[in-house]
Design a protein around this ligand. Structure first.
Ligand code: GAP
Length: 457
């Protein structure tokens, strides 16, 4: 497991996917920077989500601010309840999450509340990973605090948002009335969220700064179960559409104490990471909890007027909440393959072409006889539609390998025949099969093959 992750982290750095934040100063825990290829991958994932969510009549987009009124987080329950159980190594003062320590010691914490976890820790005489005594557990709030304006006192204290969802709740009537939406309708948002995680690990999986893609779907009370099932199906299909194979995905239902303070039902979509199954998305039935809380705390009416039934009510909300960064990590892990080709190891990132950082590479076979000129022209033509790269450096076999390593699905080679009859070879990354294609048909060849792409299980 460590082996695969180490190789992946190293490839990500070497090839410009992900760098450690502030690396020259020794790094900052739980923060990562996306390099030139990483930012393309992340962007493609976000674009694919945005298209799936907002290219429909019943969902509108939003981009709310990261900083919000402090009362928002009191109303949402985050000030009181957005906590993780923390214990401290009495000797080294290092801090750990109690639930994670228990899991690492073979104790299943599924459905356990803090009291049950403390009891389990006592019963098993739990020690820190360094073998030392642990302090009593206490709840640690994960929200980052800061101050707005020049005064650093209690009245100026605000939080960096730990989820994008609240920006949607407080704007739901603005969006509904400005877009003349009727229930059911949704609001989608992509943006940064911040959590002061006690421990960060597993690369991009659990970080302190990350991006979420959230959608709140507002429905008439009584219809929530139907829409909960509908969105579960939709979201599962979307995960498959970006190349995550069904046999690596699973559902996890939250039960009892595992349910977040706002949720009355919740299912996670998990991906099978090298370290075990990990949540990538949560689909939650948030009932009317958030809107009712905001009504109470703001004193503003947040009821929807249902013209058809001539009644007013607070809608119920089905939420789909997925981490863009965590999904990027799942796609990176999923893509990484090593295979033997003619006695050599080929490293190939098998991204679905929908999300691959570079859609195609254009490669003149040799740097003479007019091939580079034609290759440049093909590059410029395709660049109007896709992110493509031109590469004329080194033997063609080595150039193919370089493209395999960064997951470019189509390699277009310009050879002497290209100059005669305006055709090129297109090499498919995974099968390495080559096909002769007319230059004028390249765009539709790429489009058609992207749509028809089959994800290997
Ligand atoms: N609004 C509901 C909500 O925020 P969540 O389960 O706490 O629910 C949703 O978070 C998603 O955000 C997770 O499924 C995960 O993909 C991502 N996420 C949460 N915490 C994260 C972290 N510390 N690092 C990276 N991604 C995280």
């Amino acid at each position: 497991m460590a082996d695969v992750m180490d190789k992946l982290v190293s490839l990500c750095k070497r090839k410009g996917f992900v760098f450690q934040s502030s690396e020259i100063y020794g790094g900052l825990n739980g923060c990562w920077d996306y390099g030139p290829l990483g930012v393309e991958l992340l962007r493609n994932i976000k674009d694919s989500w945005w298209r799936a969510m907002t290219f429909r009549e019943d969902v509108e987009g939003l981009d709310s601010s990261i900083l919000m009124h402090a009362r928002v987080w009191e109303a949402s329950g985050h000030v009181a309840g957005f906590t993780d159980p923390m214990v401290e190594d009495k000797k080294t003062n290092e801090r750990y999450r109690l639930d994670q320590l228990l899991e690492e010691n073979g104790i299943d914490v599924n459905g356990m509340g803090i009291e049950a976890m403390i009891e389990a820790a006592h019963q098993s005489d739990l020690k820190s990973p360094k073998g030392n005594e642990l302090s009593e557990a206490r709840q640690f709030n994960l929200m980052f605090k800061t101050f707005v304006g020049p005064l650093e006192d209690e009245s100026a204290k605000i939080f960096l948002r730990p989820e994008t969802a609240q920006g949607i709740f407080v704007n739901y009537l603005n969006v509904q009335s400005s877009m003349r939406q009727k229930l059911p309708f949704g609001i989608a948002q992509v943006g940064k969220a911040f959590r002061n995680e006690i421990t960060t690990k597993n690369f991009l999986f659990r970080t302190r700064e990350f991006e979420q893609m959230e959608m709140q779907y507002f429905v008439q009370p009584g219809t929530q179960d139907k829409y909960f099932d509908y969105w579960r199906r939709e979201r599962w299909e979307w995960c498959k559409s970006i190349g995550l194979p069904e046999n690596k995905l699973s559902w996890h239902e939250h039960k009892g104490d595992e349910l977040a303070h706002y949720a009355s039902a919740a299912f996670d979509i998990q991906y099978e990471f090298p370290f075990g199954p990990g949540e990538i998305e949560g689909i939650h039935n948030r009932s009317n909890f958030d809107l009712s809380q905001h009504e109470e705390f703001s004193g503003k009416k947040l009821k929807y007027f249902d013209e058809e039934n001539r009644e007013k009510y607070v809608p119920y909300v089905i939420e789909t909440s997925i981490g863009a960064s965590r999904t990027t990590m799942a796609c990176l892990v999923n893509a990484y393959h090593e295979e033997k080709v003619k006695g050599e190891t080929r490293v190939v990132m098998r991204f679905h072409p929908r999300i691959a950082p570079m859609k195609a590479a254009i490669l003149p076979l040799v740097k003479r006889d007019g091939m580079p000129d034609l290759a440049r022209k093909v590059t410029e033509d395709l660049r109007r539609y896709f992110r493509v790269v031109y590469d004329d450096g080194g033997a063609i076999g080595r150039r193919y390998r370089r493209m395999d390593e960064v997951g470019t699905p189509f390699c277009i080679t310009i050879d002497s025949e290209s100059l005669e009859n305006q055709t090129v070879t297109v090499r498919q990354r995974d099968t390495m099969d080559q096909q002769r294609v007319p230059i004028e048909g390249l765009r539709s060849h790429i489009d058609d093959n992207t749509e028809a792409w089959t994800v290997s299980p």
